[in-house]
Design a protein around this ligand. Structure first.
Ligand code: GAF
Length: 390
């Protein structure tokens, strides 16, 4: 990969002298969905799938972006003197948004750069290809311009800031944090209200984590995501008239039940219920995993899916078919939708001896019911984003 990307870079930009090689992973969330913009806990881990990049500083104020995945778009050129989101920049609005975020926070670049990327995160699968690209850009910028004051957590925050304010998605911090801070063979138990985190070893002797890609992405995803964000904010505003809280993550399920009637809108109450109970499930899930109780962990995954399906309404028919099939398959410990929703992937915990049967049974049954060819990936948990050619 490294060699091919250097060659591509040299072909596009005359040579690859002084260019460097970087990697930024995708992530899968084990549990704690739609809690991150509600001040709750999340439990993601970093994939070995991700985005590779070769980059070099320029002597002028131009930036060139080229994606080997989207080669038909060709080189996108932008200038440091016009950091605005343009449709014509296509995918490059993500790296450009990070350059913009750096400038907004006082890290104005004096020179531009060239960046060539290639990624193997399945597109639109809810495995964080955009956060991967954002954090990759952050790592490239601090390296090329020797910005020593920014930590990996700062890069995660800058990535989220760019996505919220340059690319118009009200996402929480989970994806960028996981991508920037990932650790091989560990999940990250993150409290999104304080950014306190703990690495949790994932050494499953008898089971594997399997991602199933439904190959479906319904187009309402970003507008519905922003709707959920707003619905939770409105539920919180109602609760705040009675309680001294700053996020839904501050509430236990018991406190929620006692006070939920001050949420005036039924739909907002359902959304808040998910956020509060999912946060509690995530805290419990991290604790039971520490004790090695993966059976209970799996049950919490299943409950998480039901809540995302019924109360948060971010699942869809195809994903529910996948989880229903998984729940009926022997050897499946737990299975749920992962990521933002409305398609994408499920994540399942499957006993080692049942993995082949799980894949075969679900592939055939899912094809029969939907006409789609599901894809399966066994999760290897890797490290967070970094420069690789030291
Ligand atoms: C998307 C967002 F980017 C995350 O911040 C998170 O809210 C997730 O959906 C749902 O848990 O991946």
């Amino acid at each position: 990969m490294k060699q091919r990307l250097y060659e591509k870079f040299a072909g596009l930009f005359s040579d690859a002298t002084d260019a460097h090689f970087y990697f930024s992973p995708g992530r899968v969330n084990l549990i704690g969905e739609h809690t991150d913009y509600n001040g709750g806990h999340v439990f993601p881990c970093t994939l070995t799938l991700g985005t590779y990049g070769v980059a070099r500083r320029r002597n002028d104020r131009l930036m060139h972006f080229y994606s080997c995945n989207l080669y038909n778009i060709g080189i996108v050129e932008a200038s440091l003197d016009d950091l605005t989101n343009k449709d014509s920049y296509h995918w490059a609005n993500y790296p450009l948004g990070v350059v913009w975020a750096f400038a907004q926070k006082g890290y104005k670049l004096k020179q531009g750069f060239d960046l060539v990327v290639w990624g193997n995160i399945p597109k639109g699968a809810g495995l964080s290809s955009s956060a991967s690209l954002e954090v990759l850009t952050g790592v490239v910028l601090v390296d090329l311009f020797d910005i020593q004051t920014l930590s990996p957590v700062d890069l995660a925050l800058l990535g989220q800031y760019s996505e919220n304010n340059f690319n118009d998605c009200s996402c929480g911090i989970m994806d960028q944090f996981a991508v920037a801070m990932g650790k091989k063979d560990h999940a990250i138990f993150l409290d999104t209200s304080s950014l306190n985190y703990e690495y949790a070893p994932i050494q499953l002797k008898d089971a594997k984590i399997i991602i199933t890609n439904s190959k479906v992405k319904h187009s309402l995803v970003s507008s519905a995501y922003n709707d959920r964000y707003r619905e939770c904010a409105e539920a919180l505003a109602d609760l705040k008239t009675k309680l001294p809280i700053s996020s839904l993550g501050d509430l236990t399920p018991e406190e929620f039940e006692k006070n939920k009637d001050c949420i005036r809108d039924d739909l907002h109450r359902k959304r808040a219920k998910h956020a509060v109970y999912e946060n509690q499930r995530t805290i419990t899930a991290a604790a039971v995993l520490k004790k090695g109780d993966i059976t209970q962990f799996g049950q919490l995954m299943n409950q998480s899916h039901v809540s995302l399906r019924d109360d948060y309404e971010v699942s869809c028919e195809e994903i529910d078919i996948l989880t229903d099939l998984a729940w009926k398959t022997p050897g499946v410990i737990g299975s749920r939708i992962t990521g933002g929703g409305f398609g994408g992937c499920t994540v399942s915990l499957v006993k080692n001896e049942a993995v082949s049967a799980f894949i075969e049974t679900i592939k055939d049954a899912y094809r029969e019911k939907t006409g789609y060819e599901a894809e399966f990936y066994t999760v290897d948990i890797g490290d967070g984003a970094s420069r690789l050619d030291d």
